[in-house]
Write a protein that binds this ligand. Structure first.
Ligand code: BDR
Ligand code: CA
Length: 322
């Protein structure tokens, strides 16, 4: 098992968050906005938990809540590369952020689409200065990589929530939602050659939003934390009802947690590929944990987290927002 070194230096790491908010996406965005180690350059949206018009609206509403209208939003793909859209209203509600109850945003997305913006940004900025944080299906990134392969060497790294091995699947018995919705995109990204860190269900299922962990967040009593607790603490949370857990898994915020405190996480560098053909295994992440093939390692596969320390960090940072 290995742990990555902590990022050092006072210059904030520049990130683009590609996302489908999404209750847990929302918390990830807020955690990033509250963290001085990170500079959110843009938010790009994609169809996933709900259709893209709603994920875009939710991203805009979150930026307004956080008083960050300066961050541009770029709307992305309305459907996966080759498959019909699949959404997760059964988890996140019809709006995608059940419980948030945010007012309709005035902020509007930019005129150009997400993939075009990613290409433009990566070509314009010095190579190795932009990190991509992927919290939904990887359609936008796959489109960008396909249309502009030259950006591969310009991306500092990708940190993505996706995949599962030990935990099985959460949308089929074998697949995690983000990989299942657009397996072809996930395969393009995994095979792209960009350094990738994956936060799969194997780790996110170890960071449950239990009442004990939400209590200090609720005690802050701000607009932001009230909203977070309304979303995460609801009695009808999917994983509470379906799995009998004390709370839901807080998947996407672990990507930001990893950027802030990689020392809290552990995992293994190995090859990860994505199944796109087999009907029973569509979207399954194929993780060569024990190097039984000669496929070249392409990812840091995270499989554990010091969950209480992560929730302490989340609480401390959310307290910085109004
Ligand atoms: C992933 O699927 C979505 O429902 C969540 O937002 C997260 O990105 C977990 O499988
Ligand atoms: Ca998501």
């Amino acid at each position: 098992m290995m742990t990555q070194a902590s990022p050092t230096g006072s210059t904030p790491r520049r990130i683009v968050i590609d996302t489908d908010p999404g209750q847990d996406d929302a918390v990830a965005i807020l955690l990033a906005l509250a963290s001085p180690e990170l500079k959110v350059e843009a938010i790009t949206t994609v169809a996933g938990n709900v259709p893209v018009a709603l994920t875009t609206k939710n991203a805009c509403a979150l930026l307004e809540l956080a008083g960050r209208r300066d961050i541009p939003v770029f709307e992305g793909a309305a459907r996966p590369l080759h498959r019909a859209p699949i959404s997760a209203e059964h988890v996140h509600g019809e709006t995608g952020m059940a419980g948030a109850n945010l007012p309709p945003p005035k902020l509007r997305p930019q005129a150009i689409d997400a993939a075009t913006h990613l290409i433009d940004l990566l070509r314009r900025e010095p190579a190795g200065t932009i990190t991509l944080v992927c919290l939904g299906p990887m359609t936008n990134l796959a489109l960008a990589l396909t249309h502009a392969p030259d950006i591969v060497s310009r991306i500092a790294q990708i940190v993505a929530m996706g995949g599962a091995q030990r935990e099985g699947g959460n949308i089929t018995p074998t697949a995690e939602f983000n990989f299942f919705v657009d397996p072809h995109a996930a395969r393009i990204v995994m095979r792209s050659g960009v350094p990738i860190t994956l936060l799969p269900l194997d780790v996110t299922h170890r960071a449950i939003a239990t009442p004990a962990r939400l209590k200090p967040i609720a005690a802050i009593g701000s607009r932001v934390t009230d909203m977070v607790v309304r979303m995460l603490g609801a009695e009808d949370r999917f994983e509470k009802l379906k799995y009998g857990w004390e709370g839901g898994a807080l998947h996407d915020p672990l990507t930001i947690g990893f950027l802030l405190r990689p020392d809290l996480f552990s995992g293994r560098t190995c090859n990860v590929d994505v199944e796109v053909d087999a009907p029973l295994c569509l979207g399954q992440s194929i993780v060569d944990l024990w190097a039984v093939t000669d496929r070249v390692p392409n990812a840091l596969w995270i499989n554990d987290v010091q969950a209480d320390a992560f929730y302490s960090l989340l609480t401390e940072r959310l307290a910085l927002l109004d």
